[in-house]
Design a binder for this molecule. Structure first.
Ligand SMILES: O=CN(O)CCNC(=O)c1cccc(Cl)c1Cl
Ligand code: NI
Length: 183
């Protein structure tokens, strides 16, 4: 099982690389890895298991964060209106997005960043994302608000982007035009 010792921390160049496409169909090993990433997220959100294995909670995990520079990530969370998202995705791609942006009023955090980085992280408010899921099916997801934010945080990891790259250097709590809080 994946534990915190497997999580790559900032400073490791792999977090700044553009990850490589996964050749489809994925190998059994690639599927096992993605399934273990999803299992980590579920474990990290289970009070007993998180305590037992000293896991920091996460709603998403991208392969570069466990040292694998491949275009795959897992998400496991409920959004504010209770919709559940639990996916392992290969080669995710944003195919369209809103002009409008959104952000979480408490900012973002990252398992690869062992420090608080305060500030708003403006992201597209709505995205349409295409990918191949763990069962080998093409999925097309229309996401907005918190779900859109989480998927964009993970997709950033596949492109070597960290959440704090989006925080305004001069004023971390600057709110750009066309940007509204998601919560
Ligand atoms: O890349 C994934 N992680 O680093 C897992 C830890 N961070 C979170 O769960 C998290 C927390 C707040 C906002 C967002 Cl958008 C995310 Cl994703
Ligand atoms: Ni992260």
């Amino acid at each position: 099982m994946i534990t915190m010792k497997d999580i790559i921390r900032e400073g490791d160049p792999i977090l700044r690389k553009v990850a490589s496409d996964v050749e489809l169909p994925p190998t059994a090993e690639e599927k096992n890895i993605l399934e273990s990433m999803l299992e980590f997220l579920k474990n990290s959100q289970d009070e007993e298991l998180a305590k037992k294995y000293d896991l920091r909670p996460g709603v998403g995990l991208a392969a570069p964060q466990i040292g694998i520079s491949k275009r795959m990530f897992a998400v496991h969370f409920q959004d504010f209106d209770g919709a559940e998202y639990s996916y392992g995705l290969f080669n995710p791609k944003i195919v369209s997005h809103s002009v409008a942006k959104t952000y979480l009023s408490n900012g973002e955090g990252c398992l690869s960043v062992d420090r608080e980085v305060p500030g708003y992280v403006p992201r597209y408010q709505k995205i349409t994302l295409k990918a191949t899921d763990l069962n080998g099916n093409e999925v097309k997801l229309k996401l907005k608000g918190y779900a859109a934010i989480v998927f964009q945080h993970e997709l950033d990891h596949l492109n070597g982007v960290m959440f704090y790259d989006h925080i305004n250097k001069g004023d971390p709590f600057f709110i750009p035009d066309n940007t509204i809080a998601c919560d």
